[in-house]
Ligand binder design. Structure first.
Ligand code: FES
Ligand SMILES: [Fe+2]
Length: 359
């Protein structure tokens, strides 16, 4: 699959994260491009979330410049009013409304503070297909939700999260802790799944990485583990733990272990830009709000290190689209993910072609 070019294709029959709930407070009309499509997101008076094509069917003014009226939105150019289904329900000064007047409405669901949008055939939008991250609603875990915008194709971010190899070099002073991490961790166990993969990595008797040291306020050595789970279309969950060195965490004793649960949702904005939603949760001292803030700040610092290298990588790829990348051993998970996604996209396109041919 080519990355970062105008002809890049996306998996459409899929739920993507469109926003965090806090982005839609106070009647905000949020304009957001998703999979190259202009979308308007808002929460109507009833509290229901609405996602409409952000382009008035009359003269293409963005509806995000319009006015919220109950659960409806009025275009503030010539006053056409749309309901949450995207139907035009009023044309000021005109009695009859031709039924073809309207904009596309997207299936949208709010769950665990995330606003999910379905970008494909609305008839196939099954809420059961939303990838679940139960820690977001579990009071035993605390975090601060956040958002970053990347000037890079979403798959470059997926690649980045697929390998722990870069922790040691990109994040030596933030999330990694030492370059030694690249050489002395136990081999990564990779589990290939139908819609993604899971990787597990242990690092025994390690110094605590800076982000963890800041919140536990000691330098005690730790046995450290990371279990990453990447889901189609670009959703990453990471379970991490730090146990006192030699305490037997690897064989199941979690006494004194401090744990984290991290979710990251990559939603393509365009072929070369990405919306990145994330939350890094912890399960200790949850009455102390400064822990979640410290972790958020550390993670932003870490992500900026990734963002820098990934955005520069995108520029290099853009400069020569014919360049072929070569794989190393650590790339097995990302190669599997791309293969899986390419297959799903191909199947989806074949179905769409058959449907068009039958019509
Ligand atoms: S452009 Fe929206 S009403 Fe004319
Ligand atoms: Fe990283």
């Amino acid at each position: 699959m080519q990355v970062g070019h105008a002809n890049a294709t996306f998996l459409r029959n899929c739920w993507y994260v469109a926003a965090w709930d806090y982005e839609l407070i106070d009647g905000k009309l949020l304009a957001r491009t998703i999979l190259d499509e202009p979308v308007l997101l808002y929460k109507g008076e009833s509290g229901k979330v609405v996602a409409l094509e952000n382009r008035c069917c009359h003269r293409a003014a963005p509806l995000s410049l319009g006015r919220l009226e109950g659960d409806d939105v009025r275009c503030m150019y010539h006053g056409l009013k749309y309901n949450p289904a995207g139907r035009c329900i009023q044309i000021p000064g005109q009695e009859t409304i031709p039924p073809r007047l309207g904009v596309r409405s997207y299936p949208v669901i709010e769950r665990d503070r995330l606003i999910w949008i379905w970008t494909g055939d609305p008839a196939a939008a099954d809420p059961a297909l939303i990838v679940d991250f139960p820690y977001l609603r579990d009071p035993a875990w605390r975090g601060v939700p956040d958002y970053l915008h990347y000037k890079a194709n979403y798959l470059l971010i997926v690649d980045n999260l697929s390998d722990f190899a870069h922790l040691a070099f990109v994040h030596t002073k933030t999330l990694g802790g030492s370059e030694e991490y690249a050489y002395t961790t136990k081999p990564v166990a990779v589990e290939r799944l139908e819609r993604g993969f899971r990787v597990k990595r242990w690092h025994m008797n390690a110094p605590p990485p800076p982000f963890h040291r800041k919140v536990v306020r000691n330098d005690d050595r730790v046995d450290r583990w990371n279990v990453g789970h990447m889901h189609i279309p670009g959703i990453f969950f990471l379970e991490s733990g730090f146990a006192p060195q030699g305490s037997g965490a690897e064989t199941g004793n979690l006494d004194g272990a401090k744990q984290y649960r991290n979710c990251q949702f990559m939603t393509p904005e365009t072929a070369s830009t990405t919306h990145f939603f994330w939350n890094y949760l912890h399960n200790f001292e949850i009455d102390n709000p400064t822990i979640a803030l410290s972790l958020r700040n550390s993670l932003v610092e870490g992500f900026m290190e990734d963002k820098h290298i990934i955005e520069e990588q995108q520029k290099v790829l853009d400069a020569d689209p014919s360049f072929r990348l070569l794989a190393i051993g650590a790339d097995a998970p990302l190669a599997h993910f791309r293969w899986t996604l390419t297959k799903l996209i191909a199947a989806e396109q074949k179905m769409a072609e058959q449907k068009t041919a039958a019509e």
